[in-house]
Design a protein. Sequence first.
Lengths: 344, 835
Amino acid sequence: MKFSYKEITKIYEEFNKDIDSISSDDLKKKYLSKKGNLKDLLKKIGEQEKEDRAKFGKEVNILKNFIEEKVEILSSSLKPKFSKEQIDVTAPFEKNTPEDKKPKLLNKLGSTHPLTQELEKILEIFQKMGFQIEESRQIDDDYNMFQSLNFPIGHPARDNWDTFWTEENLVLPAHTSTMQNRILRKYEIPIRVVIPGRCFRNEATDASHEHTFYQIEGVYVDENISMSHMFGTIKAYLEAFFETELDIKSQPSYFPFTEPDAEFVISCPFCKKEGCSICKYTGWIEIMGCGMIHPHVLTEGGIDPKKYSGFAWGFGLDRLVMIKNGIDDIRKLHSGELEFLDQF
Amino acid sequence: MKISFNKIKKYLGETKVKPEELVKKIKLHLSDVESFEDYGKKYQDLIIGEIKEKEEHPNADKLGVYKVKIGEGKTVQVVAGDKELKVGDKVVYLPPKSKVPYNAYPERFDGIIQKTKIRGVQSDGMLASEKELGFSADHERVMTVQEDCKAGQDVATTLELNDHIIEIENKTLTIRPDTFGMIGIAREVSGFLDMPFKSPDWFLNPTKIKPKNIKKEHLPLKIVNKLRRLCPRYMAISMSNVKVQESPLWLKIFLSSIDIKPINNVVDITNYLMVITGQPLHAFDYDKLIAKDSHYKNKAVITIRTAKEGEKITTIDQKTRELNEKTVVICDSQNPIAIGGIMGGLETEIDENTKNIIIESANFNLYNIRKSSMSLGLVTDAVTRFSKGQDPNLCEPVLYKAVEMVKDLCNGKVASNIKDEHIELPKPHKLTFSLNYFQMHTGLNLSRPEIVKILSNVEIKEIKTNQKDLITLEIPTYRQDIKIPEDIHEEIARIYGYTKIKLVLPKREITSTPSNSLLDFEKKLRLSLKGLGANEFLTYNFVGEKLYKNYDIDIKNNYRLTNALSPELEYMRSTLIPSLLEKINPNINNYYNEFGIFEINKTHNKIDFSKQKKLPLEKKVLSMALTKDTDDIYYHIKHYMETLLKDLKSKDVDYELIYSAKTEKLPNHIKIILPMFDVSRAALISYTINKKKFYLGVIGELNLDVKSKLKLIQPVGVFEINVEKLKTISNYRVQRINFSKYPKITQDLCFILNKEVPYIALEKQIAKTLEKRDLNYIVKPVDIYQEKGAEEKKQITINITLQHKNKTLKDKDIKSIRDIIQKEVKKELDGELKN
């Protein structure tokens, strides 16, 4: 802080010395009481030359606010809350630091999280396939999470999505489909968008369940799009991801926002259907839900279902990462254990 | 939901389908299968025995010693805990080495039968109770077999236990009320086995089994339905002369096999019909109802209304439940006797003394059932079915079938006419769809006759028309889920088989796809920090009030969840710092001494809200925490910040001590986290574009109070910065392309300055001076020294490297540059150049 008047600067400097040595009560007495230093300064405003008066007054007020704030901070706790000595935050190192003690980077390799690693890889595959990428929200509203996706208010189908709600009746998305309506409105046809995001589900955590997880949604809309295209596209992506040819099958499923709906199942990429711990000795792994976008959802997104059709899918990233890395406990991913994360 | 393979098979036509095969097909055509059990397996070694001789046990009052015939010419001696068996009784005999189907005492008995002496008497096997066989809770008596059979026969065949139980996942069937009865499942199965299905006759034509009208009602009954919307149909009948007792063994076995506990014949009949048809039923004790009713004593008056606020009922599970105004209750003329469609009341429960009953077959609104079930926290088999939206037409055949079964199994007599209060009942509706659109949409090239056959197999009939491309169908009333052509597309494709759909990639134009620049930038950040030795973490969005209190963060700015998993996970975080710092101590305790962790994620607070979208803004931040056993941790974390910025080719940023900074106009996100920092050892990070100042974030140490509350084992420095803003200043620095070929001169300059002068002021001053001249230069800090006893001053040594762009610098050039620097530093910073 700089002041143009000696009197003010003097009190400012004096205060800065005092703040380290005397108690907040004494500071109050010395500077802010009726007989305090600042009162004297305030009186002096009137004594200034006319042209100086406003500037002087302004500076006194700045100082007054400054002192009041600092005294307030100091008196708010009995123990000092802040260090006495202020460091030079612009310096590259502490004064009197010998050469060998100067700040250095850690002498080790770092790591990125397995979830973000795989996510980046997946997004790259989709980008090569011609998809754009848009991130999902972490707090959303009922309209996007449910209503625009053909879930009427109060419908029991909502119970399959164990959602968290805020006091404001906002919702933490339990699936990345919460972005579908926005995507349909925002992008021009042909729409090819992939939507990664963190989702939340109100369920107790154990080795295979997490309240926090990642999903990747895909939306494809164009003329004459069929289930054949849906299965073809998903298979192409999965083969690129697992870097191997896969057998697929699809099973029925139910989502209010797709019709027909399906569960996409792949042959286990690790044992080639021989049976292993990853596929629980079935040779098959259920990998994602998908379906043809429901005409109501298209209409709600401003797209004429008589002219266009499309498909959408959503799959969990966490499980994919676990499968790929042989991680047997989903809680490890958010555990923050260096011993675990350092390896990736 | 568990279903019995044998039962399903009974409803099908001639088929050789095996249980394992059926499970596979159900998975492919209907829903996932959660479990599959060879139910008969555990009864495989059991044999029918016949009591031939009976003796008292010499050493025990409660035990009987029996000679049991277990085949032609084979007799064994068995000690049993039941003295009441008679010679000639048929029993279930468990030979030595066989396993008890249901072990009642797993903690003290491994379940394997051994030859043994019981209180000194030889016992070669065991005689089973119903509990040990899993048919009921009865463990007092040895079960006797009434069925016509011979000693030595195998039990599984005799009692028809060779069944397979398939547990189907419900989720897929959320809008398929018809599949919550085994008839509905059988219809589906028939469809994908490509066999025509025919529902049982009584199911299709209930009038054929309708009880005949009687002239005088022995047990008069009146229904008053005040809620036609929430209870679209209420049917009931009273029956007299009912003999309540245990159900016949076949019924007990059937219910046990699908995990429904047998209670008594009346209740078992209602449960049996529920799992067969999907229609829940309830039975009331007529006399208890009359006795309870304060108004009518000569007839039963059943009233359907919503509960009064605070009204209570004790349900058959002996819990007293408080109801709310939206819950449907079944009442006598005054007070509740059941929660409609959810659970019956204890006061009118059927027990062994019940003689007269009322059977209810009703329909309830699915939305209201769900809401009531949620507010009561009560999910029953009836709730599961009603919340799928049952067909009101179903009430009729199921009630009539129940009457028939109560007549057969409980000796009951019809004592009133059928009462039936309902609104207009659903009728089969028409649906027309296009063959072409079906083929395009599914990718299946099925012909019209093929499609018609697939659908008629599951009792969806074609209505013949002359339209070429269009097919018109009659949709049964229990298939309210089929509303639009796409719904029927799914039915056809699913029954025919998704696996038969050919895989094709959609055609698209060859265009390049724009990338998501923010995500690309995040990737760059991650890789950069990884390269600098830091580890990326992902932590939860959820935080607790207690945690934030430790950081002096006012929790009222955070979104609070109404259904949080625990108080520690109750709020959405407004900063990542506390979440990261929680991970510091555990890792130090796990022998990691020095490490840096970071996370890139979204934060939310109530102040940053988009009024237009009516949603919170989602601010993405990068947070890092660095721990090291050193007192100058601020400079270490700053070193990370600076190195990261350098790697990003970022514009320079300014560090401003919080103590002397103006904090009123800071972005909300920074304001929120500011209180946790030590104002003397932390800084605001900002940058300036076109003279406008933007705040990037905060860096430094936590205040002493927070530190002591967190009990951090060793010093920690943190920063949290706005990722989008960081992106705007990255890739800012332009690379130099043309290098000078003239020699570089390097020199250390030491200045004595007042202690208040920030280091950066000196560095900038020197740079500014050099900038004006045609020079390439590098300015580097070497040392900052403060002499003991002379704390008012400090000495800063700076190393400068100079190079002229088009000549060799001479001594006199250097001297003149030095002089200018000296002069400027003196003038601007009141600093002296030391010789």
